[in-house]
Design a protein around this ligand. Structure first.
Ligand code: VG1
Ligand code: CO
Length: 542
């Protein structure tokens, strides 16, 4: 089979964001667009002669993209590709397979929680041989290459069959279509006490898991229903659809409202959970309680002894900067370090590789451990089931007891979506210019301890990532953080993160938005949000 060199011109817009290259499907459908990005990966990474894992969340264009990537991989001398059956592999499953078979990396096709379908979004992400998202120096090299590319290498072949578990040869490259679930399911069984969870689920405990018509359906059915014995029908929306049934596969209070309703009222479930498009996010609900992702990380870390790999404790925790400081309070009590990293899972990679941390998380519904190098939605769900099986107490009891011991960090994120990009930039630059003046000042009776633009120095390799979000830190432990999203595809999204600490147990049951009302008002006073965005209210509150 002949390798074809196709002349092309670079696309100037292939700079990866927080989590890979994410664009509208129509952008990816332009001639040569995907090919250029993929060739830029092959030109900058040593993959010739190596093995690559390929899979995605099943959204529209997933199958076409995999065909394109397989042809380019073969033409660029890749020796072997492991591909999920039907083109399906969740993000944490890709990480698991890369690590288990010690491959040279993987390519994930997903736009995560963004809507799918012909008018929706698509995305591509390269993971390195540790199983994690490529660090900034790698994504930057790929981007620079994409700006200079003049040709790509491919094959002139028919599409291959992605649906049958088998091995075949494609232009000298060995292709293996693998069961997307089995390696991952095996890993989960090592992380948790499956016998205890099985016993919990065989009693009167009632739960639901919403796969949101996205990638986790097959994983949840196999693990939660078949292996752990939950009744058939426990997994809702369990068949991956190309358009996710028209919904946002985003597990949060706004987009999983039906599931939330199932945990309220007289007939409320004991436990409910959901995951996102590519299976790396999670939402945890108990009867009449939503566990914020920041609290979830803190609670799991405080109860690490319930999990078989961590019976003897954990070395450390990490959280992304905007994530609440609930985990810091746990780390302090356990006398272990808590690292504060920029937004995006790639920043946890070095700490996990070095064994400095066991658990890490983000406020954006991301939780995980050192078992893979991605956040892992089902892992978090199984962790909570394991915890409930070990403690035999309702979710709300566990969380309330946690707050009594460690204090409660009230937390909320306000998103202003699809804002004019220039106006959003102006808001940020105006704020940045005022940091010196804000630091140490008092505003509406509240003292600001420090106002800065977060910069991170990786403790392992010393690399520096600057301009990771503006922090306004108050003397009383409250915080407001401002940053612009790096995953959107239309205009800009301004994220405002609000947090305040309450250590008095008598006052810990109050409403989050009410408790944060003063900070919400201050955020507008400090950054002139309404003026710059032209919006009176955020679009999404989580
Ligand atoms: C968002 C979240 C961030 C997360 C990223 C990828 O990024 O805030 O915490 O790591 O999405 O999540 P941003 O730049 O839009 O704030 V997912 O499930 O893509 O992979
Ligand atoms: Co995701």
């Amino acid at each position: 089979m002949d390798v074809i060199k196709t002349a092309t011109t670079p696309f100037p817009d292939q700079k990866p964001g927080t989590s890979g290259l994410r664009k509208q499907v129509t952008v990816f459908q332009q001639a040569h667009y995907l090919e250029n990005f993929v060739q830029s990966i092959f030109d900058t990474q040593r993959l010739a002669g190596g093995t690559l894992v390929i899979g995605g969340d099943g959204r529209f264009y997933n199958r076409q993209a995999i065909q394109v990537i397989l042809r380019l991989a073969a033409a660029n001398g890749v020796a072997k590709c492991l591909v999920g059956q039907g083109g399906i592999l969740s993000t944490p499953a890709v990480s698991c397979v890369i690590r288990k078979y010690q491959t040279n990396g993987g390519i994930i096709l997903s736009a995560s929680h963004n809507p799918g379908g012909p008018q929706g979004d698509f995305g591509i992400k390269f993971n390195t041989d540790n199983g994690g998202p490529a660090p900034e120096k790698v994504t930057e090299a790929i981007y620079q290459r994409s700006l200079a590319l003049a040709e790509y290498r491919t094959l002139d072949t028919e599409d291959v069959d992605l649906d049958t578990i088998e091995c075949f040869n494609l232009g000298g490259m060995h292709v293996e279509i693998i069961d997307p679930v089995s390696d991952y399911a095996e890993l989960m069984a090592e992380q948790f006490d499956f016998a205890a969870i099985r016993e919990l689920l065989s009693g009167d405990f009632r739960m639901a898991f919403d796969a949101m018509h996205a990638v986790t359906g097959p994983y949840a059915r196999r693990i939660i229903e078949e292996q752990l014995g939950a009744p058939a029908g426990t997994v809702l929306n369990g068949i991956p659809l190309e358009d996710f049934g028209g919904g946002h596969p985003d597990p949060n209070l706004a987009h999983a409202a039906e599931l939330v309703a199932m945990t309220q009222g007289d007939d409320a479930l004991d436990f409910a959970a959901a995951s996102d498009g590519d299976g790396d996010r999670n939402m945890i609900l108990g009867r009449n309680i939503f566990v914020t992702p920041s609290d979830s990380l803190a609670v799991l870390a405080a109860n690490a002894d319930a999990f078989p790999p961590w019976r003897n404790g954990i070395p450390g925790i990490a959280r992304s900067m905007p994530t609440s400081q609930a985990a810091d309070r746990v780390a302090e009590k356990l006398d272990i370090p808590c690292f504060e990293t920029p937004t995006g899972w790639k920043f946890f990679g070095n700490l996990l590789d070095a064994g400095r941390i066991a658990f890490c998380g983000e406020e954006s519904f991301g939780t995980g451990s050192s078992h893979v190098r991605e956040k892992d939605g089902l892992w978090a769900v199984l962790a909570w089931l394991n915890l409930l099986a070990a403690r035999r107490r309702p979710v709300a009891d566990i969380v309330h007891a946690h707050w009594e011991t460690f204090g409660r960090n009230y937390y909320s994120r306000h998103d202003y979506e699809g804002v004019d990009a220039a106006s959003a930039e102006t808001l940020m630059t105006t704020l940045r210019a005022r940091l010196g003046e804000l630091s140490g000042s008092t505003i509406s009776g509240r003292s600001i301890r420090l106002a800065d633009d977060f910069s991170y120095t990786d403790p392992i390799d010393g690399s520096v990532s600057a301009h990771q979000g503006i922090r306004i830190l108050f003397e009383d432990g409250a915080r407001i953080v401002f940053r612009l999203s790096g995953t959107g595809t239309v205009g800009a999204t301004l994220r405002v993160y609000l947090e305040s600490l309450e250590t008095d147990p008598a006052r810990q049951r109050e409403d989050t938005q009410e408790t944060l009302a003063d900070l919400i008002r201050l955020a507008d006073e400090i950054a002139a949000i309404r003026q710059h965005t032209g919006r009176e209210q955020p679009d999404v509150i989580t």
